[in-house]
Design a protein around this ligand. Sequence first.
Ligand code: 13P
Length: 256
Amino acid sequence: MNKSLRKAVIAGNWKMNKTPAETKPFIEELKPLVADADCDVVICVPFVDLQAALEATEGSNIKVGAENCYWEKSGAFSGEVSADMLASMGVPYVVIGHSERRAYFGETDETVNKRVRGAIDSGLTVILCVGEVLEQREQGITEEIVGMQTKVALGGVSKEELDKVIIAYEPVWAIGTGKTATPDQAQEVNHYIRTVIADLYDEEAAQAITIQYGGSMNDKNADELVSKEDVDGGLIGGASLVAEKFSAIVKAASNG
Ligand code: 13P
């Protein structure tokens, strides 16, 4: 199996942007722009926007995701939303382990693993984020960091369950900074992650898994990034908030 046989996935991560009232018109604008996409199209939105997003995307090729979930099914966990709750709404995707969750909300590789486990158990497809901070890149330990994050996050996940996992390599220094990784840098780390999957599982699993790049990906640089052998689409922040930009990235991935 090679790149041409893997399905590229372009996923938007709205982060803490857009209200439910803003969600519907945005999706109405986006729908015709991505209707003939030759890749999977996902928009991950704040919890409060999920219902509006599900309704507005119905019957289209746009899938909806959440930006986080908790691993317990229910209970005294004020402020959390469980994977089961998302699944019961009909939400198919969830982002887990975003660097903003790790940096601002105390997520660790261990809690990321629990969330991955809980999400898979509830039938969700996980977009698992990994990536090094600038100091770690400068220290030459990018592979160690990304390898460890990947291994811990996937603890207890079987090869069969890997079809419910997408990995997003998001170098933290490239997120929201306008400082995109070069296509070669993205390729190098994405390829490394694939070797980690081959070590953990086998070559077949490594070739089958979708590995995205994320970090200041936009309508200008997407073409080059997604044309790389091990870059199977992208996780898009800022540019996913603008329908024209996001759809241009979808087009790049459809061609790449
Ligand atoms: P930007 O595209 O805004 O850099 O954000 C990337 C990201 O964090 C997606 O999850």
